[in-house]
Design a protein around this ligand. Structure first.
Ligand code: UN1
Length: 515
């Protein structure tokens, strides 16, 4: 193991020798298949992780259920106190964990650290929530009656997370789930097991120190079969899945067929619209970050750019300048803005998308190639790309497909209504962003005839949402909501309780039924 990698692994408490356990349900274990964690920058194998055998998986689900039965009786503010300690423990390791994200996933260091910060933020939020998950008292139509709406813990929450946010998305789910009194089982992406092991090590220590069963936050690394078994398990009340539309469709159906609950965070195909009155000194760098940041691997990444004819030439010139100055490099190094794609397969997908653009005679303004020369050839490096497809028809493959790579497709519009129509015409509905200083455009954009996405920004790029509002997308993005806002309400089971404290027992709606 390189000193670069071993330093980071030891700083987060991961053993740098032999094979390591990838399962935790109160105890660390793993006697199933081995998965490897590979550094996307250097190609070096970072660790070999022992995943759950089918029997261990069954056991872990059982232990998580048992843990829930204990934890649901812990008063919510005490659960909040445990979350506060988890927050402190994470914040202590913010830089080390951030570096691990950068090492294993490939995003640049500041974004890795930012992701841990996002977990810290949602813990703060959930600490507050633990004293505010209020039910309601409703006026009854019957004398001497009261109606309550009572939130109780839901059960076991499975979190199936993706490689691109290997820490924060779990954090959103864990924090709300714990505040609500549930137990979680985390099945991370098979390509980022180390991030999940490092996080679970931190969380489990806090749980154990508080005398809470560790299986309140279980971890099961593994591949497709492991995911399928968890999704199918009647012992899992809620499946929170982040990933592709293709897999999300399968997960959604499987959970629905057993009448479980699901939260789906699927594809994004996010557009920025730039109006002629926009402040380009803000809009150009924001589009640059949205499209090139995280090497285009956020579900919120900017993939479509709609420019008003009056500013299009100037905008593209300025944007191309920024693209021209980007040199891909080690994401852990200071000043790097562009790291590698996460896998080799992602480079192939990138190349196919560029090939397709060429086949439809799109103009490639910049980029379009993979880096095949040393030292970058050992990593998954590609050039950030801006293309101008000939067709502006949003139903064409190139506009309606999410490619998880730094490829930005641009088109020119003449009127705002046209741009909104293009924004809304794709299957996905995660994020969108309008650049304008005109209040009238703003009002239209956030109103009934405006953007149909779950995240609708103004003079803010498509990516990089804070945790305070609910995060999620509409249409084929899956309609799921996580993180802030009212998202916590999905992590509890609601009971409508009618209570009669009178000496009579009248029926509702005045129904007469003498006995
Ligand atoms: C994701 O890409 O799956 O808004 C989540 C953002 C981040 C979360 C992205 N806060 O870009």
């Amino acid at each position: 193991l390189s000193t670069r990698a071993s330093g980071i692994l030891s700083s987060v408490g991961i053993s740098t020798s032999d094979e390591i356990y990838g399962v935790y349900d109160g105890q660390w274990k793993g006697s199933g298949e081995i998965i490897t964690s590979t550094c996307p920058t250097t190609g070096e194998v970072l660790a070999r992780v022992k995943t759950a055998s089918p029997k261990e998986l069954e056991e872990a689900v059982g232990k998580t259920r048992e843990a829930y039965k204990v934890f649901r009786n812990t008063p919510a503010p005490l659960r909040g106190e445990i979350l506060r300690q988890i927050r402190e423990a994470l914040a202590d390791k913010r830089d080390a964990l951030g570096a691990l994200v950068s090492l294993e996933m490939g995003k640049i260091r500041t974004e890795g650290v930012g992701e841990v910060q996002e977990f810290v933020d949602i813990c703060d939020y959930a600490v507050g929530l633990s004293r505010m998950m209020n039910g309601r008292v409703i006026a009854s139509e019957r004398p001497g009656h009261s109606i309550l709406e009572v939130p109780n813990p839901l059960g076991v929450v499975a979190v199936l997370s993706a490689f691109n946010f290997p820490v924060a998305v779990y954090g959103w789910n864990l924090a709300l789930s714990l505040a609500a009194g549930n137990a979680t089982i985390w099945k991370p992406s098979p390509t980022t097991p180390l991030c999940s092991i490092a996080v679970t090590t931190i969380v489990s220590r806090v749980l154990e120190a508080n005398g809470v069963p560790g299986a309140v936050a279980s971890l099961i690394t593994g591949g497709k079969e492991t995911g399928e078994a968890i999704v199918a398990s009647p012992d899992v009340e809620l499946v929170s899945f982040t990933g592709s539309e293709h897999v999300g469709r399968i997960v959604g159906k499987a959970v629905q067929s057993r009448f479980g609950k699901s939260i789906l965070e699927l594809g994004g195909n996010n557009a920025s619209i730039v109006m002629p009155d926009a402040d380009l000194s803000l809009a150009v760098p924001a589009v640059f970050f949205g499209a090139v940041g995280t090497a285009g691997q956020r579900c919120t990444s900017t993939r479509r750019l709609y420019l008003h004819r009056n500013i299009a030439t100037e905008f593209l010139e300025r944007l191309q300048k920024l693209y021209g100055a980007v040199t891909p490099a080690d994401p852990l190094a200071d000043n790097t803005l562009l790291g590698p794609l996460h896998t080799r397969a992602a480079c192939d997908t990138y190349e196919q998308a560029v090939q397709h653009l060429k086949s439809i005679d799109a103009e490639i303004l910049t980029g379009g190639n993979r880096y095949t020369q040393p030292p970058l050839d050992v990593g998954n490096f590609v050039q950030p790309t801006i293309a101008i497809p000939k067709s502006v028809n949003p139903n064409d493959h190139i506009w309606k497909t999410e490619t998880f790579a730094p490829i930005l497709n641009a088109a020119i519009f003449d009127d705002f209504e046209q741009a909104i129509e293009w924004n809304n015409a794709v299957p996905q509905g995660l994020s969108s962003s309008l650049w304008t200083r005109d209040l009238r455009n703003l009002g239209t954009w956030i109103g009934p005839s405006g953007s149909d996405t779950g995240i609708v920004n103004v003079n803010v790029g498509t990516s990089g949402a804070e945790i305070g509002a609910a995060f999620g997308g509409n249409k084929s993005t899956g309609w799921g909501r996580e993180s802030g806002g009212d998202a916590w309400k999905q992590y509890v089971r609601w009971s409508a309780c009618t209570i009669n404290f009178s000496d009579a027992a009248p029926l509702a709606q005045g129904v007469n039924f003498p006995a």
